[in-house]
Structures are given as structure tokens and as C-alpha cells.
Write a new protein. Sequence first.
Lengths: 143, 144
Amino acid sequence: MTVCFEDVTVGDDVPKLDKGPIMDIELVRYAGAVGDFNPIHTVPKVAQFVGLEGIIAHGMMIMAYAGQMLTAWAGPNSMRRFKARFSGMTRPGEAVVCQASVLELFEEDGEARASGRFTVKGKDDASLKLKGEFTVALPRRSR
Amino acid sequence: MGADVVDLAHKGKKLPSFSYTIEFQKVREFLIAIGEPDPVLTGEPVVIPPTFAATFPFWGGEGWEATFERIGVQVWNILHAEQEYEYFLPLKVGDTVTSDTHIADIYTKKLSGGELEFVLFETEYTNQDGHRVLIDRSLVIVRG
């Protein structure tokens, strides 16, 4: 069940989402799904050659996880704005935690909306993978 | 590899427009890739996830490898710095989106280790009815 606007308070945390550990093959699968075959995500030799010490996950795959957390909470097609800054690399074998909290509740374009910030961090070392801002439209409780 | 430097003259440049039709199997593949249940097994209606638009430049357009070649950069020398989407209408399977992309900015930032160059691509997508559905802002670091 997704949340209703009336049930949300500024400062609320969105239910967090655990992902991973991320397997090498998931990077290959995501590369095919998105069509981004930059070899730094799938070919260890290239990643080494450009100084990355091994393949790294697509930042967009990690952002997708944050999107899963937010739409699980706010509902399908609820996203109005979604922005991420990629801060750290995610490597195969790592597990990550997505977290978000609500900073503002408002009306815009005839919709009830919530905006806030989110992070994705490494589960073991709390290293920041990405942080960002979101705005979602929330359903109103039927009267 | 050598350093790739982006000519500031590319600022404002438009990229070729493309159209892309959202297909069920492509959405399904994306959902499975990010760990969502397979919609064929669940029988649930497919919802397009917020970052599915990341597929558009690759499966609809020429892809980043070709795009960065246009500005003299090898794709393995870039890192994704920021990504922003603004959503105006929900996307659904069967929609056809058409792109309008330009290089919105090129700038350098001085850091302790040297200079980093940033390139910002901005794309507006319209649907088959001519309505704006999405704005995509992709900020990329060129590793010198």
C-alpha cells in the first residue's frame, strides 16, 4: 500500500530499501537493459586500464534503486522531479541502503506533493554512493 | 589514454533528434535488471520506473559513445556526475517519445588535484500527441 498525503508529516522517513550484494552479472544485465555498454561497467581489463581498479556499477542503476524506494512509498507514476548527484563508486560485492526523508508538503499544479532528500550508502562502510532530491505527487485520502 | 578536452564551441550545439517507442519487453528487461519482479510471472500491469528514461539515448538515440565522439571524448573517460528528471505526464507502454537535446553547458572546476571539465546535456521529450512528457538533464565529468 502506498501512502496518502494526509498521512505524511514533514520530517517523516520513507521506508528504507536494502539492495544487494550486487553481483558482477547484474552489471551486465543492467548494461543490456539500459543499452549503456561503456566497458568500465562490464570489462575488468578496461576498467583497470583507465585507473578504476575494477568495474563499477552504472550510477543510474543505483539511482534506479532510490526510485524503487520512492515509488514503493508514493505509488506508481508519482515522481515529478528526481535528481541525483553521484558521489561514490559502487563495486560488485557491495550491498547498499536507500534512505529518504520528507522536507516539504505542498500543493502544485492541482496536486498534493511531497519533496525531500534521499541518499544511497554502502551497507558495510556507510560510504555515500549518491544523494539527491525528489518531488512526488501523493494521492489524497478519499473522503 | 591522454586527456580529453572539450572545445567550448560545442556549447549550445544540438544533437540529432530520435524517436523511441516504449515496448513491453524492454520495460520488463529493465525491471528485472533492477530487481523488480518479472511482470510476466506476476501478471501485474507494467509501470514504467522513474529512471527507465535512461534507456532512451541508448536504445532510441545513438548512445553516449557516439555522442561523446562528437565532442572529442572517449566514453571510458567520462563519469556521470548528476542526473535530473522532471516528469510532466506518465509514460506507458506503446508511447513514442521524440527527443530534443542540446549541450546546455560546458565548464571547468578547479579541484586540488587539477581541473575537471563538466558537460551538461539537456533533453526535452515529447510524446506522440506532441505533449512534453519529460526533461532529462545529464551532467558528465570528463576525466582529463
